[in-house]
Design a protein around this ligand. Structure first.
Ligand SMILES: Cc1cc2nc3c(=O)[nH]c(=O)nc-3n(C[C@H](O)[C@H](O)[C@H](O)COP(=O)(O)O)c2cc1C
Length: 193
C-alpha cells in the first residue's frame, strides 16, 4: 500500500491513450484517488485508439472526471492538496503550454499549479521525430522541475505484448512521480551478459 493518496491524471491528445487507462487501473488498485481531466484532443484519440467504450472506462476509474473548461475545479488551485500529477500521454501542444505557463484549460492550469507548488509532475511526452521547439519546451519544463518521461518501451524487461509494454511504461511513470506501483513494475535485478 502506497502512502500517496491523491493524484491528478491529465490526458491530452497525443497518441497513447492506453497509457492513461493503464495508469488509472494501477492507481485504482493502489486505492489512490485520481482527479482526471481529458482534453478535447484526447476525446478523439481515446475513441480512435481504444474504441467507443474506453471513455466510459476512464470515467469509471476516475475518482473525479473534470471537464477541461472547468478552471474552477479543485485541481486548479494549489490549496487543494494532491501528491503528484501525470500527463499521460502528453501532446506537444500541452507540453508547450505547460512550458510557457499559459494556464489555458484545466490540464495546463493543473500542471502549472503542480509546478508552482513544487510537486512532482511527470509528462509522458509523445512525438517523433522531435524538432528544436519540442526539445526546447522539454528543456524548459525540466528546468522548471517537471520530469519528461517519453513513453519508450523497456525492451530489456521481457515484454510479452503491447498491453504488457503499456503497463510497464505506466508503472514506471508512476514510480517517477513518487508513487510505488508495487510488484507490477518489473525491476532490473541484474543479469549475466
Ligand atoms: C490519432 C491522433 C494521434 C495524435 N498523436 C499525437 C502525438 O503523438 N503527439 C502530439 O503531440 N500530437 C498528436 N496528435 C495531435 C494532437 O491531438 C493535437 O495537437 C491537439 O491539438 C493536442 O491538444 P491537447 O494537448 O489539448 O490535447 C494526434 C492527433 C490524432 C488525431
Amino acid at each position: 500500500m502506497t502512502s500517496v493518496r491523491r493524484v491528478i491524471v491529465g490526458i491530452s491528445g497525443a497518441s497513447g491513450a492506453a497509457l492513461a487507462v493503464e495508469t488509472l487501473r494501477i492507481l485504482t488498485k493502489l486505492e489512490v484517488e485520481s482527479y482526471v481531466t481529458v482534453t478535447a484532443g484526447a476525446e478523439q484519440t481515446i475513441r480512435h485508439e481504444l474504441g467507443p467504450k474506453a471513455r466510459d472506462e476512464i470515467r469509471a476509474l476516475a475518482t473525479r472526471d473534470l471537464p477541461p473548461s472547468d478552471i474552477a475545479a479543485p485541481i486548479a488551485s494549489g490549496s487543494f492538496k494532491v501528491d503528484a500529477m501525470l500527463v499521460a500521454p502528453c501532446s506537444m501542444r500541452s507540453l508547450a503550454a505547460i512550458a510557457y505557463g499559459t494556464g489555458e484549460g484545466l490540464l495546463v492550469r493543473a500542471a502549472d499549479v503542480t509546478l508552482k507548488e513544487r510537486r512532482p509532475l511527470v509528462l509522458l511526452a509523445r512525438e517523433a521525430p522531435l524538432h528544436e521547439g519540442h526539445l526546447e519546451a522539454m528543456l524548459k519544463v525540466t528546468r522548471m522541475g517537471a520530469i519528461v518521461s517519453p513513453p519508450v518501451p523497456p525492451f530489456y524487461s521481457g515484454l510479452e505484448s503491447l498491453e504488457d509494454m503499456t503497463h510497464q511504461i505506466a508503472a514506471r511513470a508512476l514510480s517517477s512521480a513518487g508513487i510505488d506501483p508495487g510488484d507490477v513494475l518489473r525491476r532490473w535485478q541484474g543479469a549475466e551478459l
